[in-house]
Design a protein around this ligand. Structure first.
Ligand code: TRP
Length: 446
């Protein structure tokens, strides 16, 4: 281990921007608002926040730490660390599953990102300006019904992703996030201001923050946890791959808290930018994945400056998607690169697989839904569970302590407790709950 010339981020902030760029994506702006709408608002948000804090943050620290300790891509990191700990090499499969998982996510992710690009084009050219609600929903239906139109944008999106990855870690990913992320923050704040001035802000806030636990279904809890993993980019080694390039001297804990806080705040702010506009136009937030592509454009079409802010919004979404998708293939590309495949060719291979899978998602909506459902709700939490067990129980405590670099022993203790007990038990409980077994056990016990 540690023999390869270390590639590294320019500084600590580049790592924070890259990891935040990975975390903040379609998950925050497209998915979080619509699942919050579907699963009833406040109570869902509360469960989601609990999952972020109790499960997501500890697992994220574990991923960054493992990547940095091994200074390698997730496959070789898991292999190397398990060898050091005297554990079976089968742990390498966790890294491999991550590489595959990233490609599976890229498949449906690039389709939605393609829709966002299409909407950038449409809003800049004024297609839905002053259109009726009906014609805007027809427009979305015709986009999702048109193979060539979706395919064009999806291809462009995958090509952009590949271009950044092929340019390398420092010059590609690092430079891209240094430009994209500040833009994203500024655009989001502008949209929040717009929504505050033009939307029904109070109703938006009530909807997001007033918990009604009666609406919290079994499935909602599973979805909340799955989303916590999805939004923080956990469970498949993306953050581990980025951690491998993190300079050695900084505290992992503080860095991770910063990233998780930024991701969470951005999801909440995205909700606060979207829901008030939706409510102000008498629309319902529970309209599923179309929330962003139908309800929101209807809202923009009816509001002062809607074209400008609508364009801004879809540019923002595209930026967020791009800075995330690069982290979906970096683990695989870094793995291939370490085994002698030129970065350019590794990127090409990964991009082609993602692109072909995306093409399949365009053909078949049920393949799209299947990939979304199994990656977010099963593969990522399961990957997170295994990583928590590995770092919490298998790796030597001393190695972990040194690599995590907590300054305060109390924080280290808190983290290990969360990682060894809270995260694994929490993930298992949510799984059992979602398939109804938890209720059965409780009835048996009573
Ligand atoms: N976190 C991103 C989002 O919220 C998606 C994403 C990027 C991701 N990289 C990942 C999800 C790795 C899981 C694993 O849109």
């Amino acid at each position: 281990m540690n023999t390869q010339t270390p590639v590294s981020w320019t500084n600590r902030w580049t790592f924070i921007l890259a990891a935040t760029g990975s975390a903040v994506g379609l998950g925050n702006i497209w998915k979080f608002p619509y699942i919050t709408g579907e699963y009833g608002g406040g109570a869902f948000v509360l469960v989601y926040l609990g999952c972020i804090l109790l499960v997501g943050v500890p697992v994220m620290v574990a991923e960054v730490m493992a990547g940095r300790a091994a200074r390698a891509n997730p496959v070789d990191a898991m292999l190397g660390l398990s060898r050091d700990a005297g554990a079976p090499a089968a742990w390498g499969f966790v890294g491999l599953a991550g590489v595959v998982g990233g490609l599976l996510i890229l498949m449906f992710y690039s389709v939605v990102a393609g829709w966002a690009l299409d909407y950038v084009w449409q809003s800049l050219t004024g297609t839905y300006q002053a259109q009726s609600a009906d014609s805007i929903s027809e427009n979305f239906a015709s986009l999702t019904g048109s193979f060539p139109r979706q395919w064009l944008w999806q291809t462009l999106f995958v090509a952009l992703t590949g271009g950044i990855i092929a340019a390398g870690v420092t010059r590609g990913i690092g430079r891209a996030v240094e430009i994209l992320m500040p833009l994203l923050f500024v655009f989001l704040l502008m949209l929040l201001g717009y929504s505050w001035l033009n939307g029904d802000f109070v109703r938006g806030l009530e909807f997001m923050y007033q918990p009604d636990f009666g609406k919290l279904s079994r499935e909602a809890v599973l979805v909340a946890m799955g989303h916590a993993f999805f939004t923080l980019s956990l469970g498949m080694g993306a953050i581990m791959a980025y951690g491998a390039y993190m300079p050695g001297e900084h505290s992992v804990g503080k860095t991770v808290i910063t990233i998780a806080a930024l991701d969470t705040v951005i999801a909440l702010v995205a909700g606060m930018a979207i829901f008030p506009l939706v409510f102000a136009n008498g629309l319902e937030p529970s309209s599923g994945p179309g929330l962003m592509f139908v309800s929101l454009p209807i809202a923009f079409a009816n509001m002062p400056g809607g074209m400008i802010f609508g364009s801004l919004f879809f540019i923002l979404v595209s930026i967020a998607a791009l800075s995330s998708s690069i982290s979906l293939i970096e683990p695989g590309v870094a793995w291939l690169e370490r085994h002698g495949v030129k970065r350019r060719w590794g990127t090409f291979g990964a991009a082609v697989i993602g692109w072909l899978g995306g093409t399949a998602c365009i053909y078949s909506g049920s393949f799209f839904d299947l990939l979304d459902h199994i990656t977010a709700n099963y593969i990522l939490p399961l990957g997170g569970l295994l990583i928590a067990i590995f770092v919490g129980w298998i790796m030597q405590r001393q190695t972990v302590e040194t690599a995590a670099g907590f300054e305060n022993p109390l924080y280290f203790k808190l983290w290990t407790t969360a990682l060894r007990y809270i995260a694994p038990v929490g993930i298992l409980l949510v799984f059992l709950h979602s398939i109804g077994l938890l209720d059965t056990f409780m009835q048996l016990g009573a």
